[in-house]
Write a protein that binds this ligand. Sequence first.
Ligand code: MD3
Ligand code: FE
Length: 204
Amino acid sequence: ERESIGTQAFVLRRFALPFVDELLPAIDRLAQEAPFRHMVTPGGFTMSVALTNCGALGWTTDRRGYRYTIIDPDRGQPWPPMPAAFGRLARAAAAAAGFAGFEPDACLVNRYVPGARLSLHQDKNEHDYDAPIVSVSLGMTAVFLFGGHERTDKTVKIPLEHGDVVVWGGEDRLRFHGVLPLKVRPHPLLGSQRINFTFRKAGS
Ligand code: MD3
Ligand code: FE
């Protein structure tokens, strides 16, 4: 079923479960090729979340700012291609939430360990705000904070569990959001970590 958390934001509980057997080895291969790393924000803070990317474009940050790049700055090579199972999942989830024809060109993969968090932010580095963002959560449960269009707007807490998929589009696309520090409650398959990947249409 499709649970609305905004007029154009939907939680598809456990939607990714049938894909997990393909997703986990694909994530391992991706991490071997383009390892998870802790990037530095323009403000000079090292992120507690470790990240990598696959697809034509990858999101990066350093002291100069946030941006999408074709080349992984750590390896000087293109980001690895998006595994086929990732693309199938992203298209199926977008369609189930009412966004037909979603063709992501970027997949940002975040890895959280206990204590890691993501402070409130907007995703504004993509070229096309009309395309939705599809987010897939695996492993440990995290509490997602869903805010409004101003940083100071009240936030709603939404637990995201293993297999949950969230699709954000339209007027909900630019809402502030974040993730509370991850608590220690190991997951049977992934242990003490949470992997989140978000599919985006970043380029033109
Ligand atoms: C709501 N990641 O990578 S996923 C991010 O769980 C990010 O790792 C979080 O926020 C995570 O930028 C949250 C859900 C998500 C992703 C993008 C959004 C929610 C969003 C864009 C607009 C509104
Ligand atoms: Fe975000």
